[in-house]
Ligand binder design. Structure first.
Ligand SMILES: *[C@@H]1O[C@H](CO)[C@@H](O)[C@H](O)[C@H]1NC(C)=O
Ligand SMILES: *[C@@H]1O[C@H](CO)[C@@H](O)[C@H](O)[C@H]1NC(C)=O
Ligand SMILES: *[C@@H]1O[C@H](CO)[C@@H](O)[C@H](O)[C@H]1NC(C)=O
Ligand SMILES: *[C@@H]1O[C@H](CO)[C@@H](O)[C@H](O)[C@H]1NC(C)=O
Ligand SMILES: *[C@@H]1O[C@H](CO)[C@@H](O)[C@H](O)[C@H]1NC(C)=O
Ligand SMILES: *[C@@H]1O[C@H](CO)[C@@H](O)[C@H](O)[C@H]1NC(C)=O
Length: 548
């Protein structure tokens, strides 16, 4: 039927049109009054035609300009490996990344102590008023390792940390805070190395600064988040607030009346109240930022307090929660509604609800001596990596963050104090994980940390039976990181190696490695009880995640 109709339409293509035009004619006769407006319409249709061709012309012009006249921006050539050395120097556990020279490749900032800087920049310690040797900050290009800037900053470094990136405020995202020995407190710009502000420090000789620095919302209304520094002297923890843009102290130092000694955390409850959490003897202690602010300034605080938290907080001891065993680490982790708190104690790992502080899951019987790291094992599902024990039978566990279920576990011998594990997001919304361990053969020989080779292994959840060995290092690793130098383009690891003791200057090196070391040509450790992966399988899986 329909075929016949189509055929008819093909034979008499104008038949229907004829009918229509007849109808139109009828209509036109009916609407004879509107003839005037019809002539207006024809002028309008001419305008439409002109407009159509004009816009077509503009479109073509834009296409032409974009594709031929405006050249593609030149991609800087990035070397897959470079290394810079400093003789007779010592270095510090500090690495910061930022695109300093605006070539869209992350650059590296690090610290070293020496009598002189590298050849290209000859500013000496005495030029800046320090005695030799003194501590230098250096920024090197991530693309080829050339020095971008370098200068002496302090006599010796007691503490260095870059403030966390603030998406809304590019000014403060590029600052690093340094506490020098003796007595200086300054912030430098990551882009130029210039001193943003500098003050004599009020931290006493026996005072230690608790890492990390906490960034608190802008108190002095200068547009920059302010800094809360917790210090410990003897058993007493005190807090001081400093302006983020000038470094001036706001109020005076205030005691938190707690005796914590490690990793403080600034937690925001779902009501928007800020609490400083601190491990203290066998419990989790806390103090509202509002209370601390009122204590140090004797003014009303622009912060909230949370009625639920005030209820469970013991006003005399500042205890929030009892914990089984000494609290070692506290971390904010992404929860289903806002941030939750992961608490690692000597007895267990517990995920606490960020508002109610009730346990969501508990993993007992684990000796966690390293701060856990976060990553993704399944696409877009957060996972946490914990290390059970150190030494010969260290075990790495990957847990689902929401349920606490063990997703993957592997024994990987290590030395206590080896470089930390890390993770890096990959294009498939999962993560690659990087672990340091001892090569199997060496593990069975004597435990001599000096001569041993540390091996860096990579693990990706698409191939759960494979650990890829990326490198063997025998030098002492002071700092390590895996960096996405260019988003979805090139990842590489950065190693800062140097003498074990600050009293014995020696060779300090900064090394960047990428390329074939992150590709399947590296040696591959197939885990026991797993079939050996075929080579093409490995190649396929890795090339989808890394552009080598
Ligand atoms: C290095 O020192 C020389 C001589 O003291 C000086 O002329 C030169 O400008 C300095 N270079 C830099 C980069 O400061
Ligand atoms: C490194 O790259 C920069 C541009 O990013 C270039 O100016 C410099 O000459 C290069 N240095 C070396 C040693 O290749
Ligand atoms: C540091 O502590 C030691 C021993 O507790 C004490 O003798 C010394 O005076 C303290 N130094 C300062 C600067 O407080
Ligand atoms: C606070 O802790 C102390 C010491 O453990 C205890 O004696 C006191 O009853 C607690 N206060 C409240 C309100 O729970
Ligand atoms: C942690 O290691 C210890 C000793 O090797 C072991 O007994 C325990 O079961 C491990 N914990 C977990 C959660 O695997
Ligand atoms: C590391 O060293 C071991 C033993 O010396 C060797 O078998 C392995 O191939 C090395 N791996 C790399 C990535 O160089």
């Amino acid at each position: 039927m329909t075929d016949n109709k189509d055929l008819e339409a093909e034979i008499h293509p104008l038949k229907n049109e004829d009918k229509k035009s007849q109808e139109n004619l009828g209509n036109r006769i009916k609407n004879e009054d509107n003839l005037k407006s019809a002539s207006g319409q024809s002028r309008l249709s001419r305008c439409r035609t002109v407009a159509f061709f004009l816009s077509l012309f503009i479109c073509l012009l834009v296409v032409f300009v974009v594709s031929f006249i405006i050249p593609c921006p030149d991609r800087p050539v990035s070397q897959s490996m470079w290394r810079i050395d400093y003789n007779a120097a010592v270095t510090y556990d500090f690495l910061a990344m930022e695109d300093i020279n605006k070539d869209r490749i992350q650059d590296i900032v690090f610290l070293y102590k020496s009598t002189s800087s590298s050849n290209s920049f000859n500013r000496s310690c005495t030029d800046e008023g320090f005695s030799s040797p003194c501590a230098f900050v250096a920024a090197v290009s991530g693309a080829n390792g050339s020095v971008l800037w370098e200068r002496p900053v302090v006599q010796d470094v007691a503490f260095a940390e870059c403030t966390m990136p603030q998406p809304s405020d590019s000014k403060t995202s590029s600052a690093c805070v340094l506490v020098g020995r003796p007595g200086s407190f300054l912030a430098i710009s990551l882009f130029t190395g210039e001193t943003l502000w500098s003050h004599p420090s009020s931290f006493g000789g026996n005072t230690s600064i608790l890492s990390p620095l906490l960034q608190v919302p802008d108190i002095d209304s200068d547009g920059a988040p302010d800094l809360l520094i917790l210090t410990q002297e003897g058993k007493e923890v005190s807090g001081s607030i400093y302006s983020g843009s000038t470094g001036h102290q706001i109020g005076h130092r205030g005691s938190l009346s707690m005796d914590g000694d490690s990793s403080p955390l600034l937690h925001v409850t779902r009501m928007g109240a800020h609490y400083i959490l601190l491990p203290c003897a066998s419990s989790l202690c806390g103090c509202s930022l509002k209370d601390l602010y009122e204590k140090v300034t004797r003014r009303d605080a622009p912060f909230k307090s949370d009625p639920h938290w005030e209820n469970i907080l013991n006003a005399s001891t500042h205890r929030l929660l009892p914990s089984s065993g000494a609290v070692r680490y506290l971390m904010n982790v992404p929860g289903k509604a806002g941030q939750d708190v992961l608490l690692v104690s000597s007895e267990a790992c517990v995920l606490l609800d960020g508002q109610e502080l009730t346990p969501r899951w508990t993993l007992g019987a684990a000796q966690v001596l390293r701060k856990p790291i976060l990553g993704h094992y399944k696409p877009d599902t957060p996972a946490v990596v914990i290390e059970n024990g150190t030494g010969i039978d260290r075990q790495i566990l990957l847990l689902d963050l929401h349920s606490g279920a063990i997703l993957w576990s592997q024994t990987l011998p290590s030395f206590p104090g080896g470089p930390p594990s890390t993770s890096l997001p990959t294009a498939d919304h999962r993560s690659a994980f990087f672990f340091w361990g001892l090569h199997e053969l060496i593990g069975t020989r004597g435990m001599d940390p000096e001569g041993a080779q540390h091996s860096l292994y990579m693990f990706h959840p698409t191939l759960p039976s494979v650990l890829l060995e990326l490198a063997n290092i025998s030098a002492n690793i002071v700092a390590f990181d895996v960096v996405l130098f260019e988003p979805s383009r090139h990842a590489a690891y950065v190693l800062l190696t140097g003498p074990t003791s600050s009293d014995m200057p020696g060779l300090v090196s900064v090394v960047k490695h990428k390329g074939h070391h992150m590709c399947p040509s590296s040696s591959c450790l197939v885990l026991p009880s797993a079939p050996s992966p075929r080579n093409h399988e490995l190649t396929g899986a890795l090339t989808t995640h890394w552009i080598c």
